[in-house]
Ligand binder design. Structure first.
Ligand SMILES: CC(=O)N[C@H]1[C@@H](OP(=O)(O)OP(=O)(O)OC[C@H]2O[C@@H](n3ccc(=O)[nH]c3=O)[C@H](O)[C@@H]2O)O[C@H](CO)[C@@H](O)[C@@H]1O[C@H](C)C(=O)N[C@@H](C)C(=O)N[C@H](CCC(=O)O)C(=O)O
Ligand SMILES: Nc1ncnc2c1ncn2[C@@H]1O[C@H](COP(=O)(O)OP(=O)(O)OP(=O)(O)O)[C@@H](O)[C@H]1O
Ligand SMILES: N[C@H](CCC[C@H](N)C(=O)O)C(=O)O
Ligand SMILES: [Mg+2]
Length: 487
């Protein structure tokens, strides 16, 4: 419980109507969650405007209502607070309601198009090995030490986020590593959160459905570094063209990591094989279990964070070299007939290109590469033809299929992808709408020693069709089919 006046402190308040010394039992921005004594924040969303649900919140006996526009008639038993920006206010209110948990932690946020989950997962495992109590907030799952708390978003909403951070503080966590998505920045999910550090992995084409233009997408990522305090660090991938832009206006101390430039945290790939990466980092050689150039970046980012947090460099590197990747990230099985089946969460053109380039680097010339890929519905449509083209350029056979169609027609998504297939590649491309059938086709086409890449869904254990999540696990389906087909 908190007094309304105490949690309003950082909020840009335009006017108040009613007493401010009322007790707030909880905070929500969803009218369906309002109970007696709860504060309702009316937020304008993509689908709906929270202001239209103010009557519902009043009926459910909210103690107070925070909104940008006051209703025509005010209920005398409810306090109304008019603010400039509700979603921003929600961030400050949630942080204050839960006792500003982020300020009691060393909280590091990772942003970028690709590599967030991998980097935060590596950091969580590394700091556990170093003996700390550690929180993780990621696309795959949230964790307090080894306890798993399911996640629904890459970055939770402001209320869930602060509740989770408070739980982490209570459990004795000293460090928390979290992903900060561009959606989270635009929706102010991390407003009021104190970060000890921020990492930028890279920025490439994604989510233009939501952000409109690439510039807006860059701005969303940059705004994370703009909010970092003076005593925080910003660790930037110097090999990404947009790296310097990210820290143009940051107050944080700026540090860089790179494979191609001489910077503070410098890495070099000595060898890149299916067994892992042989790297030189800051003059020390390591053999890491992770595969692919992109993972050299993720390892360097994790190493940089550890050093910036005061850990001993050699010890950090030794532990990093022993770690496996996050679930569904270059996750592979080898069948009886030596077919390598790789499940990877590559769901952007850049990620797909990186994974396929890695496969091209580590395969031997007589291994065929069969790529299976689909694109999600109700997401950026521009990436569909690009991903099909990349798959064709870097594979011997391509099977286009469904990912999570959500509320779109799977066939229409497939047709968008087919537009990216060049006439010369027609004969190497098949379209199989049903994902399981598509995986079966890939298995049937594969000969001993070949490589099958199943891209797009990684760790996901469902396929979302018209609002229903059906059980579907790429790795499990692949394993079962290989066995059934005697591959
Ligand atoms: C596009 C998007 O990001 N949408 C998020 C947004 O929902 P919205 O704007 O559509 O909300 P809305 O339905 O318009 O509702 C507006 C307001 O009315 C309220 N409402 C609504 C109905 C009602 O009866 N009563 C009520 O009060 C809602 O609670 C909300 O506050 O705010 C919701 C609450 O925080 C999020 O759950 C929702 O995420 C949706 C489900 C989603 O799929 N988001 C994805 C795209 C996302 O956020 N992805 C990023 C990662 C992307 C990546 O890295 O690849 C992530 O961080 O997970
Ligand atoms: N540093 C990197 N640079 C480019 N591609 C990467 C990098 N790390 C991973 N990838 C590729 O991107 C895919 C997604 O990786 P990861 O889950 O770590 O990214 P993410 O940023 O968390 O993605 P999301 O936006 O979905 O949360 C991986 O499966 C891999 O194909
Ligand atoms: N966090 C990303 C994940 C995409 C994964 C892919 N399987 C899809 O469904 O498009 C998103 O919500 O856009
Ligand atoms: Mg992620």
């Amino acid at each position: 419980m908190q007094l309304l006046q105490n949690i309003l402190q950082n909020v840009n308040v335009l006017s108040t109507h009613g007493p401010l010394d009322v007790a707030v039992q909880g905070i929500t921005f969803d009218s369906r969650q309002v109970r007696e004594g709860v504060l309702f924040v009316a937020v304008r969303g993509v689908q709906a405007d929270g202001h239209t649900f103010i009557p519902k919140a009043e009926e459910a006996r909210a103690v107070a209502i925070v909104c940008e526009e006051l209703p025509q008639e005010l209920n005398p038993s409810i306090t109304y607070v008019q603010v400039k920006n509700s979603s921003e206010a929600l961030g400050y209110l949630a942080a204050a309601f839960y006792g500003n948990p982020s300020a009691k932690l060393k909280l590091i946020g990772v942003t970028g198009t690709n590599g967030k989950t991998t980097s935060v997962t590596l950091l969580h495992k590394l700091f556990r090995e170093l003996g700390y109590h550690v929180g993780l907030i990621s696309t795959v799952q949230n964790q307090i030490d080894e306890e798993v708390i399911p996640s629904t978003h890459t970055t939770p909403d402001a209320v869930k986020l602060n509740e989770l951070l408070a739980q982490m503080v209570k459990a004795g966590c000293t460090h928390v590593f979290m992903e900060v998505s561009s959606h989270a920045m635009v929706q102010h999910r991390v407003v009021g959160i104190t970060f000890a550090g921020g990492v930028f992995t890279n920025i490439t084409h994604d989510h233009l459905d939501y952000h409109g233009t690439f510039d807006e997408y860059i701005k969303a990522k940059k705004s994370f570094f703009d909010m970092l305090p003076k005593n925080a660090f910003a660790l930037i991938n110097a090999d990404d063209k947009r790296g310097p832009v990210m820290v143009q206006n940051t107050k944080a101390s700026t540090h860089f990591y790179a494979l191609r430039k001489a910077v503070e945290f410098k890495g070099r790939i000595i060898d890149n094989t299916i067994q892992g990466l042989h790297l030189e980092v800051d003059g020390q050689e390591i053999w890491a279990k992770l595969i692919g150039t992109f993972n050299a970046y993720n390892l360097l980012a994790a190493y940089g964070v550890a050093v910036l947090l005061g850990e001993e460099p050699t010890e950090a590197l030794t532990v990093l070299s022993s770690l496996n990747s996050a679930a569904g990230r270059f996750d592979y099985i080898v069948s009886e007939s030596q077919i390598t089946g790789i499940v990877d969460y590559a769901h952007t053109p850049d990620a797909l290109e990186n994974v396929l380039n890695t496969i091209q680097q580590i395969r031997n010339p007589n291994q065929k590469v069969i790529t299976l890929v689909g694109c999600g519905g109700n997401r950026d449509v521009a990436k569909r033809p690009l991903m099909a083209d990349i798959a064709c350029r870097l594979s011997d056979k391509v099977i286009l299929t469904s990912d999570n169609p959500r509320f779109e027609e799977p066939q229409a998504i497939l047709e968008d992808m087919q537009k990216g297939v060049k006439p010369l590649d027609y004969k190497k491309t098949l379209s199989v709408l049903d994902r399981k059938e598509a995986i079966k086709t890939a298995c049937m086409l594969a000969e001993p020693n070949d490589i099958i890449l199943i891209a797009g869904k990684g760790h996901e254990t469902y396929q979302e069709i018209k609002g229903v999540k059906y059980d579907f696990d790429d790795k499990q389906v692949l394993r079962e089919l290989m066995q059934q087909l005697g591959k």
